[in-house]
Write a protein that binds this ligand. Structure first.
Ligand SMILES: CC(C)(COP(=O)(O)OP(=O)(O)OC[C@H]1O[C@@H](n2cnc3c(N)ncnc32)[C@H](O)[C@@H]1OP(=O)(O)O)[C@@H](O)C(=O)NCCC(=O)NCCS
Length: 185
């Protein structure tokens, strides 16, 4: 099933189009991953176009298996990927999941991540064929990632819990933000 989410242009903010990652996005994906901000804050980063191609193929399999829904966020023409939002489940059919995201360095500070995260959240918490129909979405980030904390708050995920550091994987304290269905998802 093909899913396309549209975030209309609003208050000087550009229209966004979200859809599953496709093979033709590999170069743009690899380019986005060259940024130091991505390498600092993401658990997984991709080195080069071939790694990006393999990652895109893997996302398609995970989507089909109901384990992960990875959306490319496209610019207003619907052509160039400028960001990413993924809903990750531990098991197919689980009603709780985690949301992750990034935007390409060149487009940061334009409110793209919060609008894209909100659109995917509404899709994931809402009912209907092909949707995960979740009852809870968690958003985790390192406390030092202030931009990510702002994205959480602006996309309707209040802070629920503080996590102690767990080195070596999580050397910094973390925040858990949570969003649940609010009736208009
Ligand atoms: C976190 C991230 C997704 C924010 O995306 P975005 O599309 O820039 O989101 P916003 O435009 O809403 O900006 C969020 C905050 O970033 C900060 N910001 C503003 N301009 C910025 C810029 N040019 N560069 C970096 N951060 C900027 C601001 O503090 C802003 O908060 P504000 O609205 O209160 O001013 C993006 O910085 C990113 O991809 N970082 C690297 C990967 C990452 O950290 N992912 C999340 C892991 S938990």
């Amino acid at each position: 099933m093909t899913v396309e989410l549209i975030v209309p242009a609003q208050a000087g903010r550009q229209r966004l189009v979200l859809r599953a990652w496709a093979a033709r996005d590999a170069e743009a994906l690899a380019a986005a991953h060259r940024d130091t901000g991505m390498r600092r804050w993401l658990m997984t980063t991709l080195d080069g176009t071939e790694a990006a191609e393999r990652w895109i193929e893997q996302q398609a399999r995970l989507w089909e298996g109901g384990l992960r829904y990875s959306f490319a966020v496209l610019d207003q023409d619907g052509t160039r990927p400028v960001g990413h939002v993924a809903v990750k489940r531990k098991a197919a059919g689980a009603v709780s999941a985690e949301i992750g995201y990034w935007t390409a360095a060149a487009v940061r500070g334009q409110g793209i991540a919060p609008r894209a995260v909100d659109a995917v959240t509404r899709w994931a918490l809402g009912g209907g064929t092909g949707r995960p129909a979740l009852t809870r979405l968690e958003l985790l980030h390192a406390v030092g990632n202030a931009a990510s904390c702002r994205v959480a708050v602006k996309s309707g995920f209040p802070l629920r819990e503080e996590l102690a550091p767990h080195p070596p994987k999580f050397p910094e304290a973390g925040h858990v933000h949570v969003r649940e269905p609010d009736g208009d998802a």
